[in-house]
Structure formats: C-alpha cells, structure tokens
Design a binder for this molecule. Structure first.
Ligand code: ADP
Length: 485
C-alpha cells in the first residue's frame, strides 16, 4: 500500500544557536554592584535538564553573604534610591527594559538551557513579558500618586524577593520592576536550579548604570532564602513558590512588622460548557496544561467538561495531543521541553502513579523520550473523581485530570472544591454564562475562552492556599508602598 503524504511528513530540525550566550565556568554573588565570592567559598552546580550536562557553578550564599547584601540594599535605599527624583528612577527602568529587549535572544537561549523549556516559549513569552514588566513599571515610577494607593505613597525600604524555577527571568521581572519603580531596593534569590538568567540580569543592572546596591542577587538554596526572610534589616518579603514554603514564610514573618506577599500553588479548573467552540477550546485546554511542561502555578490542571460533550472533547483532545512535539528545547519546533529537575520528575511520577492506583484511566501520547535528561510525556487521566489525589494536589507537570459535570451549579461546586484559588478558565459561547460562572468561582484570575494569558497591566494572585497580594497592574504596586489611604 502506498503511503499517504501525511504519513511521511515530518519537521526538519530547526535548532537555535547557542553561540549568542557566553556561560562562565563559575559565577559569584552580586552584592553592591559587584560580583563577589561567597564568604563560605562554596559553589554548586547548575545543569541543563534536557541533557544533564553541567552548565556552570554558582556561589552558595550563607548568612554572612545575606548580611552583606541586605546592608548594601539598605545603604542604597537611604543614600541614593529613595532620594532620587521619581522620574530619574523611571529612566533606569526604561533602560533596563530596553537592554532586555536588545539582549532578548541571549536571555531566551540561556533560559532554555538552564530551565529546559522550549525556545519558542522563552523567545515569545518569558523574555518579551519580562521586558514589558519593566516598561510598564517604568511608566508608573513618577505617577505613583495616581495608583490609588494614597497621594504620597512611600516605599517600604529593603525588599527580600524569592522566586521559583518555572519562569526564572519573568518572575524576577514581576518582583524587581514594581519594587524599583516604587523606590524600594532589592535582595533577590533565584531558585537553585535556574540561577543563570538572574546573574545575567545582574550584568544588565551594571550595563544600565543602576546605582550600586539597588539590586543584589544571591544564589543559594532554601536556607539562603530563610536567612533572607528572617533578616531584621528586611522590610518587605515577596515570595513565589510552593504552598508549604509559603506557609513557613508566613509563620516566620507573622510576629514582625515586615510586609508580605505570597504567590503559591494552584489547581486551576478549566470549565468547558456544551456550547463552547470545540476546536478553539481544545487549543485552550492544551495551552492551559501543557504550556511550560505544566510547570505553571495557574495551569488548567483540572478539566471540568459538561457531561454531554465529554466524549467529544476527550477524543478531540487526544487527537490534538498526538501532534505535540516533545524534544530538544532548543529546536524551534518543540512544544514540550524537559522537566526542570530530577526531583520534580520524581514528584510528577509519584503523584501521577496515584491516579493509576486510585482507578483513573491514564492516556499518554505516543512519543519517544530522549535518553538523557528529565522527561515526562503529555498525559491525561479520565474517570477522575474529586476524591482522587490527582484532582486535589498540584502535580506541576504535563498531567491533566479530566472530570465531568451536568449543571452549571455542579461545575461551580467542583471547581471551588480545592484548597487553592489561583486561576480558572470558562469556555462558552454565551457571555452571560461566562460572567455568571466567573462571579461564582473563587479564583484570582479567570480567563474567558482563553487560558494562560499574561499582561503586566493585569493583577495576578490567589485566594486561600494560593497566597495573598497581587502582582501586576495598580494592585501590584500597592504591595510595594506604604500608602496613606
Ligand atoms: P519547589 O518545591 O517547586 O522547588 P520551593 O517553594 O521549594 O518550590 O522553592 C521556591 C523558592 O523558595 C526557591 O528559590 C527556594 O530556594 C526557596 N526556598 C525554599 N525553602 C525556603 C525557605 N524555607 N525559606 C525561604 N525560601 C525558601
């Protein structure tokens, strides 16, 4: 039998060059405008999760380094940054934004190497959005009295900022841009598996001529983060990461005067009504759970489908998933890259296995996984009930739990049956139904006929165990000022 042309069709590799990045063998800490060796003399490895190859060694900051960084940030706050006219502060942010745009390719490749996410995403989402956050907040710097936070908003002082590994540069931008725009200085700790773009950002701060000590970057692990949170010289703590660590930070900060924002886990419901435009909806489901390997706190990881269209949705979804391309993150055709670490792969594997054990049906796309590196194929579970662990716990990987509902009221009840409250999606042809649903969902961000759309003007944050405070928009600014409302 002769083969149909479609059977033989395949993509030619389209590898992004790594020549644009210059990764040093070793990186020091960025304190007071300079790269300095850690007091401990200790360094740790950061690897490429797609190949397990060593990329570099980065400094391990302990308490002595945290003390030095906080004191540099305090000095810069009192002597320079809080005294500077707001329009001047804004100019630095504009400069940083422009440099991020100019060096976008370099940042995109470096992020893909260190994180494992596809170049298409770092190139089209992470880095442009990071620059957009600096542009947006640069514009606010001299207009803060119009931000709805009182007519003379004051910065807190020194902000300790701790970020995760899923969107390394973007999470840095979400934290650093509003802090600087409002006149705070910063000590930032990137995640242990993805420190390299934060260290390249330190070079950008130098390039922009940012006054020494305004931004300090400490690489290290959870103990470094804990020293930073507990430091008496810190006025504001901003954390994005797991709910468990968020709770520990909330406990540590509770007896102090420190201001705190937390952006934690999620188990977002993506609700599909019978009248939704099915092909677009299936695209939205795929984007909702498989974007960034599902390493997304606001992922649409619980699919709630109206029962009479369940079979149709699942069938279309499987057909669409079979087209997902998993592989080398540097290939511009790749949709799904590597899982960020062996620890995260173990976590995804463990929680997903409970889906099998508890009686849900697993379906996985038919694809080869590379021999080296950390990989998990796009997976869906059908026949999931609310009691299943895979319906309750955040998997933080490319695994979707599919549930069904009969009435809109049942959809709301199931969607809200979670300790989290970060995101949700609603798919329907009727605006009134979307609004009715959105008003009843307990989630900080609700997308209508779309998913995983981000914009610096739009506040992002959660309810319940997803944290408190908002990032982005005017609401995000209020987290970095002491208003006089
Ligand atoms: P994950 O489990 O997904 O890696 P974590 O919440 O452990 O997420 O990590 C997010 C960030 O928090 C990382 O930068 C990590 O080093 C930091 N971190 C971990 N434990 C603590 C802690 N006890 N105090 C402060 N920061 C911490």
């Amino acid at each position: 039998m002769s083969k149909e042309p479609m059977d033989t069709f395949d993509y030619a590799p389209a590898l992004e060059s790594t020549a644009v990045v210059d990764i040093k063998a070793q990186y020091n800490l960025f304190i007071n405008g300079k790269f300095v060796a850690p007091k401990s003399g200790k360094y740790f490895a950061t690897i490429n999760p797609a190949t397990e190859e060593l990329l570099s060694k980065v400094a391990f900051a302990d308490l002595a380094d945290v003390n030095a960084a906080v004191s540099a940030a305090r000095g810069a706050f009192t002597k320079t940054w809080s005294k500077m006219p707001a329009a001047e502060r804004g100019k630095y942010l504009f400069r940083i934004a422009r440099i991020l745009q100019e060096r976008a390719r370099e940042f995109a490749v470096l992020e893909t190497l260190d994180n494992g996410k596809p170049i298409r995403e770092t190139r089209d989402t992470d880095i442009p959005l990071a620059a957009a956050h600096f542009f947006y907040h640069a514009g606010w710097a001299d207009k803060l009295e119009y931000a709805g936070v009182g007519n003379s908003p004051k910065p807190h002082g020194v902000a300790a900022q701790i970020i995760p590994w899923n969107f390394p540069l973007l999470m840095l931008a979400w934290k650093v841009a509003p802090a600087l725009a409002t006149g705070n200085t910063v000590v930032l700790k990137p995640a242990e598996t993805t420190p390299l773009t934060a260290l390249l950002f330190a070079e950008v701060c130098q390039q922009a001529g940012l006054p020494a000590g305004v931004v300090n970057i400490l690489t290290g692990d959870g103990s470094t983060g804990a020293h930073l949170v507990n430091h008496p010289g810190v006025d504001k703590v901003a954390f994005t990461g797991s709910t468990d660590v968020g709770k520990a930070i909330a406990r540590a900060v509770a007896p102090t005067k420190k201001s705190l924002t937390l952006e934690l886990g999620g188990k977002g419901a993506n609700i599909i009504f019978e009248d939704a435009a099915m092909d677009e909806t299936v695209e939205g489901i795929v984007n909702g759970i498989f974007f960034n390997q599902g390493h997304v706190c606001c992922a649409g990881s619980r699919l709630l489908v109206q029962e009479n269209v369940l079979d149709e949705v699942v069938e279309k979804l499987k057909r669409r998933m079979q087209l997902i391309r998993l592989g080398n993150p540097l290939d511009k055709n790749t949709d799904i890259g590597a899982i960020n670490s062996s620890a995260q792969l173990a976590r995804i594997t463990e929680i997903s296995a409970t889906g099998d054990a508890e009686g849900a049906q697993r379906w996985t796309i038919n694809c080869d996984l590379p021999n080296k590196g950390f990989w998990y194929p796009p997976t869906i579970f059908t026949g999931v009930t609310q009691a299943h662990r895979i319906a309750q716990e955040e998997i933080f990987g490319p695994v979707l739990s599919v549930l069904s509902f009969r009435t809109p009221a049942e959809a709301i009840e199931k969607a809200n049956n979670t300790p989290y409250g970060l995101s949700a999606g609603v798919w329907s042809d009727k605006g009134a139904r979307i609004l009715w649903t959105a008003q009843r969902l307990k989630a900080g961000v609700i997308w209508a006929n779309s998913f995983n759309k981000f914009d610096p003007t739009s506040p992002f944050g959660g309810f319940k165990e997803s944290g408190w405070g908002r990032e982005g928009g005017r609401h995000g600014i209020s987290a970095y000022v002491k208003g006089n409302m």
